[in-house]
Design a protein around this ligand. Structure first.
Ligand code: HEC
Length: 180
């Protein structure tokens, strides 16, 4: 009886020591290298690199677009002016261009705002990113869509009043404008 008990105890001790022996640091490192935290860190590093590469590519594309846009304006200008032109364009290209959220985009399409406004580019009306700089409240934007004040935007044609656009829709658009 006691012999059997001590024998099974010894067996258990052997199993435990075997287990401890197997989970040595080298084994864990080897495991990590393929499946564990080591591989996760490598995956993360690869992801960060990918994102950085994409960011750089996007920034280069933006810069190329800005230079393209500046080029025709700069060519006829005098030497001094052409140096100033790209510098003046640089801040315009700098802000991050966030995609328009689907719900806002649906409203801008439904009410045809997109026909005259883009988030970051002047079309017929000012870019919404420019409107955002005026720091209107949502209520003020509702009022301005229903009763535009063209004197706010010299050099632009007047926007037609759009009294049929529901206030709730404009509030959604206004909050998005102010997030730009
Ligand atoms: C036919 C072209 C056109 C359409 C369609 C249009 N806009 Fe405009 N919008 C303009 C122009 C041009 C201006 C600048 C002159 C002005 O304010 O009258 C402007 C200005 C604005 C301003 C700035 C107002 C201010 O006083 O600073 C806001 C906000 C605005 N539009 C929102 C909208 C929204 C929202 C819609 C869709 C419901 C819309 N616009 C549809 C042409 C348009």
């Amino acid at each position: 009886m006691t012999l059997k008990k001590s024998a099974s105890l010894a067996l258990m001790a052997l199993a435990v020591s075997f287990f401890i022996g197997c989970s040595s640091k080298e084994d864990r490192d080897k495991y990590d290298q393929w499946y564990g935290s080591g591989s996760k860190a490598r995956e993360e590093a690869a992801l960060v690199k990918l994102q950085n590469d994409r960011k750089i590519a996007a920034e280069e594309a933006d810069k190329a677009a800005a230079e393209k846009a500046a080029a025709p304006a700069a060519t006829p200008a005098a030497g001094g002016d052409s140096a100033a032109a790209p510098a003046a364009d640089a801040p315009a290209a700098a802000p991050k261009r966030k995609p328009v959220p689907a719900d806002v985009s649906a409203l801008l399409n439904k009410h045809a705002c997109f026909a005259c406004h883009q988030a970051y580019d002047k079309v017929i009306g000012p870019a919404y990113a420019e409107v955002a700089k005026k720091k209107y409240t949502a209520d003020q934007i509702v009022e301005l869509v229903h009763n535009p004040k063209p004197e706010h935007w010299p050099g632009y044609p007047p926007m037609a009043p759009l009294p049929h656009v529901p206030k709730a829709d404009i509030v959604v658009i206004a909050n998005w404008i102010n997030s730009l």
